[in-house]
Structure formats: C-alpha cells, structure tokens
Design a protein around this ligand. Structure first.
Ligand code: FAD
Ligand code: NAP
Length: 510
C-alpha cells in the first residue's frame, strides 16, 4: 500500500528493479521521487481540491472517489485525496489503487504500519469519516479478530508500587517466566513515566504522570523465575507520596504488540565512522531516562524531519565490533546503540542522516521483529546468507552464537556484494574466522574486478549446495537470510529446492 519509504530499493543497475514481488518498488518517472513529492507538498498548491477546507466524509462519498484521477483513501478514520501522490508512490499506482474509495487501514498496516503517512500526506487530508465504516461480516481487519491474550493462555499483567524515603519502586507482575531485561522498555520524560513490557506477542503498558519529581536515572531489575519487573525511581525530594500519579493514555492496557503505536525517544549522535566507501558506523546515545535493549534479530525505526516532513526508516542495530565479546545481559548503564548504514546519494533518508553533526538528535523507536533466540537451542549448524547491508542482523547473531551456544559446531557466512570495496568489516570477518575455527566466511561478488579469484555471481544452486553442508544428516540447522527483497525471495526458493524446511529458515524483513 502506501509504502512511502519502502525498504526494497533497486540500485540503478540492480536486478531488484525487475522484481515482480508485491512490495518491491517500481521505477518512478523523472521528477517523481519522494523528495520531489515533499517539494510539491511545500509549494502551497491545493492538493485536495478543497482549498484547505476539511470536510466530513460519508462512506457513500468515499466510495465515489475510486479512480486513478480521483482517488480518496481512508486511514485510521482520516480521508486523504491521494490522486496527486499516485505518480510518487514507490510501490506504484496499482498498489495504491487497491485501497481506492475505501478504508485502507488494514492494507496499510500489513505493509508498513510504521510509515508516517500523517506527515507525508498532510497536504492531501480531505477530512474525517463522518461515521465509522461498516465492514461486511467476515471481513473484519486482521487486528480486530486477533485472539485475545486469554485465548493464548496469557492472563493480564498487573502492577503495584511502594516507596521508601528516597525511592519509589514500580513492580510489574507479568505472570510469565520467559522474560528478561530485553522484555521491558522504560522511558521517563518530564515526569511522564512509561513502561512497556513485551509478553509473547502482547504489550502491557504502564503510563503515568508521576505526582512528584524524580531523578532522570533509574534502575530496572527482572526476577525471571517469577516474571516480576522492578523499576526503581529516585525521588528528588525525600517526601512521602500520597499517590503514584495520574493515569495517562492507554495506561494498564494489554494488547497485541502490533497494535501498539511505535514510541520514539531522542538519541544523540556520538560518532560516525567510515566503514566502506558508502557505509558508516553510527553510534547513538540513549537518553539517561530510557531503558531499552534491542533483542538479537530485531530492528528499530529511525525518524528524522527532512524538508519539514517526518521520514521514518527501519535499521538493525549492530554491536560496535565483531571481535568484542558479547555482553549478556547488556549492562544497565550501556546507553549506546550502533548502526551500520549505507548512504545512498539519491536516497531520501540516508543523506539526511549523513548530514547530522555530532551532538545532533535522531528519534529511535522501540524494537520490532520476529526472530526468536529459542531457535538457537541445541543448534549445531548455523548458516548465514547476507547481501549488502543485509549483513547487519548477522552481526549480533555472530556475537551471540559463537560464545553462547555450546552445541554449535559450525557457523558459516556467505556474504554477497557487488565489489570487494563494498564488503563491510571484511578484515574483522577474516580475523574472526582465524580466531574461531568453527566460523568460516565466503565472499561472493556480482561485479568483481579481473583480479578477483573468489566466488562470483548471484545467489545460485551451485553456491548453496556446496556451502550448506550439514555436519551430520540429523544435525539441527538454522539458515538466516537477509538482503534486498528479491535476493531473499530467490534464496528461499533455492533453500526449499535443497529440501530445507520452513522451520530451518529465518528471513529478515520489516
Ligand atoms: P531510498 O530513498 O529508499 O532510495 C535508495 C536507493 O534506491 C536510491 O539510490 C534511490 O535513488 C533508489 N530508488 C528509490 N526509489 C526508487 C524507485 N522507485 N525506482 C528506482 N530507484 C529507486 N539499511 C542499512 O543501511 N542498515 C541497516 O541496518 C538496515 N536495516 C534495515 C532493516 C530492515 C528491517 C529493513 C526493511 C531495511 C533496513 N535497511 C537498512 C534499509 C533502510 O531501511 C533504507 O531502506 C535504506 O537506508 C535506504 O533509505 P533511503 O531513504 O536513503 O533511500
Ligand atoms: P546491494 O549492494 O545493492 O546488493 C548486494 C548484493 O546483492 C549484490 O551482489 C547484488 O547484485 C545482489 N543482489 C541484488 N539484487 C539481487 C537479486 N534480485 N537476486 C540476487 N542477488 C541480488 O545491496 P544494498 O544496497 O546493501 O541493499 C541491502 C538490502 O538489504 C536493502 O534492500 C535493505 O533494505 C535490506 N536490509 C534488510 C534488513 C532486514 O532486516 N530486513 C536489514 C538490512 C538491510 P547486483 O550487483 O546485481 O545488484
């Protein structure tokens, strides 16, 4: 749908451009880039045809605007005239037309619920829906028919608080045992306290405007065997609190995680280091009043205002190096978050990121992703297939897997790039292979120079059949794959042809 900043982006000479995958980008006409769109929205042109008036839109009215040259779409109760946006949509006009004259919320959420359409389409806002859309029976959006937590054997968490002269402790009883420090995110902003606990696929939120001031730093403790989370706040004044505070939006709610809006906090750029000719290692510092650890295999969204429009893109945090020992659990005072980011000179977001000065701020969302660390249990063979920056999820996997999975016998990375210059952290990978005999790395280049005598081409049966040799017929295997969407699609097809099962493959997508 409105996959405004889509994550698949064909580089000029890339095969990605010919992909038929539903979520891939279509080539846009000259002058129809997202930056051109932003310029148009700032031009003062009347994009709705209503001269700035906002109207109430009935269902009948919405249905009438279902043609390319007159197309309205409703998202979360707001109606947008997307006709002027058609030619700028990276997913193509046909993709946008799937929601023409109707409620596109569900379609939108399926593809990119994180996209900041409110900002991108604000000049296209026609108004609000006059009445709630009636949806034919059996056609309820997915989010409304999800099983309730009770059906999945989860009972709602609860919370309590107590105090001493100098401390206030807020306790969340999750009633689940498999939680850890990654499961809870705490933000304290101007005395508004927000703690979100992830329990399986659900999110429990405590959201309170504290009755008295507290210091910005606090501690978080998880008592795993009873599923208890303790957040200890330091009072600014040693006085007794009569009540914890007033309840804020969505306080004490327990809902599917995918229905919880993304929450952002401002992080400061600490350093920016060149890694290859186009890729940099960015280090951001979390505010002292945030507790957030990104679990292995998950990504966050970075948000920047570019030419007055908020733009959001997903990125996968890495560790600062492949050679540093993995620290688990990450020390509570570990406030740094690292990203390996490729800068696309013609891209919308990355040039903006690259222009940030040390000390500038970027908004970072809470993590998302469906990789489960339990996949590592009893694992013997771990195969990693990465293309370009698709290497990023593999960094934390390597840092975790090698020292922490006793059953592991072999870890192999096949890393696809265009040229030798594009290989991220090549010398670190080679050092790691030298240091740990269980680890091997193979580089495959699609556009090598004549001096290259290693593997060449795109992901292919010849590359994979030789590379993916199990230790023994029965050994437990996991194959992780990440890169451009068509690369992943092609890789998965080949893996199935080689008789690897769905459970043995994990692909990284947004
Ligand atoms: P875009 O504006 O998307 O453009 C990128 C390139 O494609 C440019 O060269 C542009 O000219 C071209 N292009 C754009 N649209 C079209 C079109 N319609 N037709 C032809 N060409 C087009 N990236 C990282 O570097 N590091 C990460 O850790 C990382 N993690 C990710 C995690 C996830 C879950 C996902 C889905 C993606 C991740 N990405 C990562 C990719 C990242 O989200 C962005 O897509 C990327 O940074 C490009 O953003 P951009 O706005 O600068 O470029
Ligand atoms: P790139 O340099 O353009 O490509 C890397 C390698 O992949 C090149 O050898 C390239 O060959 C090859 N390739 C491209 N399209 C292919 C296809 N259709 N079939 C087979 N091989 C193909 O890559 P990049 O610019 O770094 O982009 C990385 C991608 O990974 C982005 O799409 C990004 O969104 C994605 N990513 C996803 C996540 C996640 O968690 N989901 C994390 C990080 C990055 P050519 O020379 O022929 O192009």
């Amino acid at each position: 749908m409105l996959n405004i900043p889509s994550q698949a982006f064909p580089a000029p000479s890339s095969q990605q451009r010919v992909s038929s995958g539903g979520r891939s980008k279509v080539p846009l006409k000259q002058g129809r880039s997202l930056m051109d769109w932003i310029r148009l929205t700032k031009s003062g042109k009347d994009l709705t045809g209503l001269k700035g008036r906002l109207i109430e839109v009935t269902e009948e009215e919405l249905k009438k605007h279902n043609k390319k040259e007159d197309c309205w779409i409703c998202i979360r109760g707001f109606v947008y005239n997307v006709t002027p946006y058609m030619e700028y949509h990276p997913g193509g006009e046909d993709e946008l037309m799937r929601a023409a004259g109707s409620d596109g919320t569900d379609l939108f959420d399926q593809v990119h619920r994180w996209v900041n359409y409110e900002s991108m389409l604000k000049e296209c806002l026609v108004g609000r829906m006059a009445v709630k859309l009636t949806i034919p029976k059996g056609m309820l959006p997915k989010s409304q028919v999800t099983d309730t937590p009770a059906k999945e054997g989860l009972s709602s968490p609860s919370y309590d608080w107590f105090q001493t002269d100098s401390l206030v402790t807020i306790v969340i009883y999750t009633k689940q045992k498999d939680i850890n420090l990654d499961s809870v995110i705490v933000d304290l902003q101007d005395n508004s306290f927000r703690a979100e606990a992830t329990i399986k696929d659900y999110s429990y939120l405590i959201h309170i405007g504290l009755s008295h001031e507290v210091q910005e730093d606090f501690s978080v403790r998880v008592i795993e065997n009873v599923g208890k989370i303790e957040i200890v706040l330091k009072k600014k004044e040693d006085i007794s609190w009569k009540f914890l505070g007033h309840l804020l939006e969505n306080h004490n709610s327990f809902i599917p995680k995918k229905d919880r809006g993304l929450y952002y906090r401002k992080c400061q750029l600490i350093s920016k280091e060149e890694v290859t000719h186009d890729t940099k290692l960015f280090c951001l510092m979390m505010p002292p009043s945030t507790h957030l650890q990104v679990p292995i295999g998950q990504h966050v969204y970075l948000k920047l205002t570019i030419s007055g429009t908020e733009i959001v893109k997903p990125y996968t945090p890495v560790s600062d190096s492949l050679l540093s020992e993995f620290k688990e659990p990450v020390l509570p005072n570990n406030k740094y978050i690292y990203f390996l980011i490729k800068i696309y000179p013609a891209g919308l977001f990355t040039p903006g990121l690259d222009h940030l000065q040390i000390g500038d701020f970027v908004s970072v969302s809470s993590p998302e992703g469906n990789f489960e660390i339990s996949k590592f249990q009893e694992l013997e063979d771990l195969f990693l297939l990465a293309a370009g920056t698709g290497f990023t999820p593999m960094v934390k996997i390597l840092n975790y897997a090698l020292p922490n999975i006793p059953s592991l016998r072999k870890v192999k990375l096949m890393f696809f790039n265009k040229t030798e210059e594009d290989i991220i952290w090549r010398s670190q990978l080679e050092k790691l292979a030298f240091k740990d005999k269980r680890f091997d790395v193979e580089f495959v280049l699609s556009a090598p120079t004549s001096e290259w005598n290693g593997k060449q081409g795109h992901i292919s049966p010849a590359h994979l059949s030789e590379f993916l040799r199990r230790n023994s017929e029965k050994s437990k295997v996991l194959i992780c794959i990440c890169g451009p969407v068509p690369f992943i699609e092609q890789g998965i097809r080949l893996l199935h042809d080689l008789n690897f099962s769905k459970e043995e493959i994990h692909s990284f997508t947004a």
